[in-house]
Design a protein around this ligand. Structure first.
Ligand code: GDP
Ligand code: MG
Length: 175
């Protein structure tokens, strides 16, 4: 029975991407609709859960926030291994972070194959005047890699709901 009264189906979602692209900020915007400009470095791996209603079904998302520090990097593959979704983030004002997207996507594919749905996210679109990566470049890379793509701003709260709608529309068995 999949009605809304039954226990929620759980999905793990791992956030990947270079340090300071805004992974923690995107999660906090989605969870609490807040943005904290104080820099809070993620230490190791954290998780938060949120229940969403998707097509009359309760879905519980477990969001795994990772950090790229060397001493934690070796832990990331085991979180990818467990996840149905990988959200690969870059910062539209950082070419380097964009150039690493391919590697993060390949890591997820190598570990999880087609069992992981991948969404590439370009964050910080509020910083339009500092943009280094145009929307078209993000779209092109995502279509080359065969993954979803969206641009967001955790700070301004732009497209964060749309990101999780995209995720919901890619739930296994949701088609
Ligand atoms: P993480 O290392 O990927 O988890 O990145 P954080 O979420 O810690 O964010 C790194 C820095 O970027 C912090 O100073 C944030 O305040 C800032 N930041 C995050 N998202 C945005 C955004 O959408 N716009 C702007 N302007 N800054 C952001
Ligand atoms: Mg973080």
């Amino acid at each position: 029975d999949q009605s809304s009264s039954s226990a929620p189906v759980k999905y793990k979602v791992v956030f990947l991407g270079d340090q300071s692209v805004g992974k923690t900020s995107i999660i906090l915007r989605f969870m609490h609709d807040t943005f904290d400009s104080q820099y809070q470095a993620t230490i190791g791996i954290d998780f938060l859960s949120k229940t969403m209603l998707v097509d009359d079904k309760m879905v519980r998302l477990q969001l795994w926030d990772t950090a790229g520090q060397e001493r934690f990097k070796s832990l990331i593959p085991s979180y990818i291994q467990d996840s149905s979704f990988a959200i690969v983030c870059y910062d539209i004002t950082s070419k380097a972070s964009f150039e690493h997207v391919r590697t993060w996507v390949e890591d997820a594919r190598n570990i999880r194959g087609d069992d992981v749905s991948i969404i590439v996210v370009g964050n910080k679109i509020d910083l339009a005047d500092q943009r280094e990566i145009y929307t078209e470049e993000g779209t092109k890379l995502a279509s080359e890699l065969g993954v979803e793509f969206i641009e967001v701003s955790a700070k301004a709260g732009i497209n964060i709901k749309a990101l999780f709608k995209t995720l919901a529309s890619n739930l296994p068995g949701a088609d």
